[in-house]
Design a protein around this ligand. Structure first.
Ligand SMILES: *Cc1c(COP(=O)(O)O)cnc(C)c1O
Length: 821
């Protein structure tokens, strides 16, 4: 390990004391915990800056190809602890701070969670940046510096309340403002066409626009123990005109106000929708804003050291995380033609070798489609370019399928007055990837079948992954140390090593140690629950956990209906031998998603009744953890026995929560959906609890008008009883409160089909799987073996593996090494 000199105890202690003095004019003894957090962070940042400069210098010398990972979301989580671990200085700093009477864990808790993302998609981007730096690849994350990230969730009277997340209020120590790299971004106006006599071609001139200044803030991305520091570059917006009284006449004044407002609004807040497209104008502005600034910056950087723009793709690649950054296609075309002076064919040749697309969902409500009147008004030149891409693509379709208008209807980029962003991304991208094997197969054979037929060579799979450095090394230090003591520390950068643990799966002593660590992590979570929820839970009970965004397809409703069913069972069969269970939920619902918010209320209503029923002797507890986010996620995964991954088969593209649980020795209770399929393949069916319809069965039902839940309702009395309890006042004095949830399962009055997500269809199979969980858990040795094998078989699901596959198959980056001095 290479530990920087600045982390030697006396040096570091002095640095912290100095920072408290310089920053706050206080002594260490007078400083608040937040001020100490800031001071410690600046001391750490000092070291990072040296490595950051060293990395830049090395990149300049070696000129490696660079990936720009374009994403509307980066769900980073806290940086301090993770940076210290990746600098391999965590223990030194902890000890140094101990000597100052400061507890590092408490200081870590002072950091706001930079929550510039919703859920899985944003967290994936964060894991990818960690892996890229650790593997030694030149990479930028490109995104938006939202003033307000994902809202803070409060639960009041069982209901979700959203509060603004003012994460910048105390200043964020791990960012660096870079005004020297500011770029202008243009909105609105019109395109004037001018004929260039000399060249004999048209020139397109964008005029009458409003301009916004994009200012980058850089955050360091520290690689593990390799001196590499990459950059997450997020853009802030500022008005361009100074608002001086002397400089305006009437016309300028109005424009100045507009530009000021545009700049103020554009980066104000993250849209809190997960897997759902809302079609808001401001969202389109956000997309173009960060794409234009990022692509301009990338081209400027490339041109500083390269003179042939036709070779851009040899040094630069843009990966589009979902369709949100798809504007990159047209923006790159615009810059190549209007700024660099290339013709269409040349610009297209470069663009289609430089941009690549990752698909994250097949759900219709998540597919981005922008009305052409909105699009063309806001981005006239970009729209014009997309129209031309569409015109040429339709000719291609016609050549390939003469007279087949169905094909045009299904594949056109612009159709029925809408721009279909996924189609643009597929047509222009040199790679189209899904995020788990099953998901990619569904793309190829169902959702994107026509595209796959026309351009099969573009399609490939990259099963998602997670970084073991945050989700084991940082989140579960007890287990991390135990793993290291058994197989050495190589797993930290090579998770395939973790399979070596399998030889201990039958070893009684190892089993006891493993389960004892799980128990201690459960105690840690139980304390957190007591503090935050005032609920006492028994760490000897089964911790059965479902934490993820609240969404109908993720079926938290199935989980809580089953809890209601178990409660009935306990009440009706008091003689029954029932192993104590704690059901733990954590989930934010999009602020405008009524049914999701009602599900949160139901979970809390059930918790209220069950937790207060003394007649069941604490056999069943229900906990809803408020404000689920990366920082408490780390603790939750470490404490889980059972990982609930129960999406309707075919709906979850991959999932990554499932992988974090597995790594921490929780056993999956899930459907054959997303990456669950590959998890079961790695760990073996006997070490997971699988239930429910297959994706083929679900898709088959859907293609034939759905299924009829009434048959189940009418024939299964116990399910019917649970259903009745939604509307008979058992969980709310207001018998109408949960009517919508009841209706969603049975009535077809809305445009939805009854039970769109096959909850009743899967209920019995789910309840039976829970029975198997209980039985397995009673056998302590069997469970310990299962849990340990889950950890041992999780090697495939590191984002290091995912990133290496992106590098090998899509990006073709050069590996960089920095020699330790
Ligand atoms: C991993 C993660 C997610 C994604 O969870 P899924 O179960 O894959 O949907 C969402 N939010 C946070 C905070 C995470 O850490």
């Amino acid at each position: 390990m290479i530990i920087d000199k600045q982390f030697e105890k006396e040096t570091f202690k002095k640095s912290v004391r100095d920072n408290v003095r310089f920053l706050f004019r206080k002594t260490l003894e007078e400083a608040t915990p937040q001020q100490i957090f800031q001071a410690v962070s600046y001391s750490v940042k000092d070291v990072i800056i040296d490595n950051w400069l060293l990395t830049q210098k090395t990149y300049e010398e070696q000129d490696p190809k660079t990936v720009y990972y374009m994403s509307m979301e980066f769900l980073m989580g806290r940086a301090l602890g993770n940076n210290l671990l990746n600098l391999t200085a965590y223990k030194e700093v902890k000890e140094a701070l101990d000597e100052l009477g400061i507890n590092l864990n408490a200081i870590e808790d002072e950091e706001p969670d930079p929550a510039l993302g919703n859920g899985g998609l944003g967290r994936l981007a964060a894991c990818f940046l960690d892996s890229l730096a650790t593997l030694g690849y030149s990479a930028y994350g490109c995104g938006i510096r939202y003033r307000y990230g994902m809202f803070k969730q409060k639960i009041e009277d069982g209901y979700q309340i959203e509060e603004p997340d003012n994460w910048l209020k105390d200043g964020y120590p791990f960012e660096l403002r870079r005004p020297e790299y500011a770029k202008e971004v243009h909105f609105g106006g019109y395109v004037r066409v001018e004929y260039d006599q000399e060249k004999g071609e048209n020139k397109f001139i964008h005029e009458g626009y409003q301009a916004v200044k994009a200012i980058p803030y850089d955050m360091p991305i520290v690689g593990y123990n390799n001196k590499i520091v990459n950059t997450l570059r997020i853009w802030d917006a500022e008005p361009i005109v100074d608002f001086g009284l002397d400089s305006f006449d009437k016309g300028d004044y109005r424009k100045a106000v507009e530009q000021e407002n545009l700049a103020r609004n554009i980066v104000e807040v993250l849209y809190p929708n997960d897997n759902h497209y809302a079609g808001k104008e401001l969202r389109l502005k956000q997309q173009y804003f960060f794409i234009s600034a990022s692509i301009q910056a990338a081209i400027v950087k490339y041109k500083k050291t390269h003179d042939d723009i036709m070779k851009l793709h040899e040094k630069v690649t843009f990966q589009m995380n979902d369709t949100h950054p798809t504007m990159a296609v047209a923006e790159l075309m615009r810059i190549l033609m209007d700024v660099e002076g290339l013709g269409w064919d040349q610009a297209w040749a470069i663009t289609t070798k430089t941009v690549a697309y990752t698909n994250h969902t097949i759900m219709a409500e998540a597919l981005e489609k922008w009305p052409i009147e909105l699009f063309s008004r806001l981005l006239p030149r970009i729209y014009q370019i997309i129209e031309e891409i569409n015109r040429r693509f339709i000719i291609e379709i016609q050549n390939r399928y003469p007279g087949n208008y169905e094909k045009i209807k299904k594949m056109a980029i612009i159709y029925d007055g809408q721009v279909k962003m996924a189609h643009l991304a597929i047509v222009a991208g040199y790679s189209v990837n899904g995020v788990a094997r099953l998901h990619t197969e569904i793309l190829k054979n169902q959702e994107l079948k026509d595209f796959y037929e026309m351009m099969p060579e573009k399609f490939n799979n990259k099963t998602n992954g997670i970084t073991q450095r945050r989700f084991l090394l940082h989140g579960n230090p007890l287990l991390a140390d135990w793993v290291t003591s058994h197989i050495g520390a190589d797993w930290i950068t090579d998770l395939s090593q973790i399979r070596k643990l399998a030889i201990y799966a039958d070893d009684e002593k190892a089993q006891q140690e493993f389960m004892n660590i799980k128990y201690q992590n459960k105690v840690r979570l139980a304390k957190y629950i007591l503090k935050h929820n005032g609920i006492e839970v028994d760490p000897r009970s089964i911790f059965d956990v479902q934490v993820k965004r609240l969404h109908e397809y993720k079926r938290q409703l199935l989980n809580i209906l089953h809890v209601m069913y178990l409660y009935n069972q306990i009440k009706q069969h008091p003689e029954m031998d029932f192993f104590p269970r704690t059901f733990i939920f954590g989930a934010k619902a999009a602020a405008g998603y009524r049914r999701a918010k009602l599900t949160i209320k139901l979970i809390n209503a059930v918790a209220d009744v069950v937790n207060h029923d003394t007649s069941i002797n604490g056999k069943l507890k229900v906990v809803f953890i408020e404000n689920y986010r990366v920082s408490n996620a780390e603790m939750i995964f470490a404490a889980a026995d059972v990982s609930e991954q129960i999406s309707t088969a075919s709906k979850e593209a991959s999932g990554t929560g499932n992988m974090k649980f597995m790594l921490n020795g929780a056993v999956t209770l899930g459907t054959m959906d997303g990456a669950n399929v590959e998890i079961v393949e790695e760990v073996g069916e006997e070490n997971a609890f699988i239930f429910g319809l297959s994706s083929d069965q679900v898709i088959n039902y859907e293609n034939h008008g759905g299924y009829d839940p009434h048959v189940i309702y009418n024939t299964d009395g116990e399910i019917r009883q649970v259903m009745m309890e939604l509307i008979n006042g058992k969980y709310s004095n207001d018998t109408e409160l949960f009517r919508d949830l009841y209706n969603s399962l049975l009535n077809t009055q809305s445009s939805d089909r009854a039970d769109t997500y096959f909850i009743l269809a899967d209920f019995r199979s789910y309840a039976e799987a829970h029975k198997r969980v209980e039985e397995a858990y009673r056998d302590e040795r069997r469970w310990a073996k299962m849990a340990m094998l889950n950890t041992a078989c999780s090697g495939k699901f590191t984002s290091d593996r995912t990133i290496q596959e992106y590098v090998d198959d899509i990006w073709h980056l050069d590996k960089v090494k920095i020699d330790a001095e």
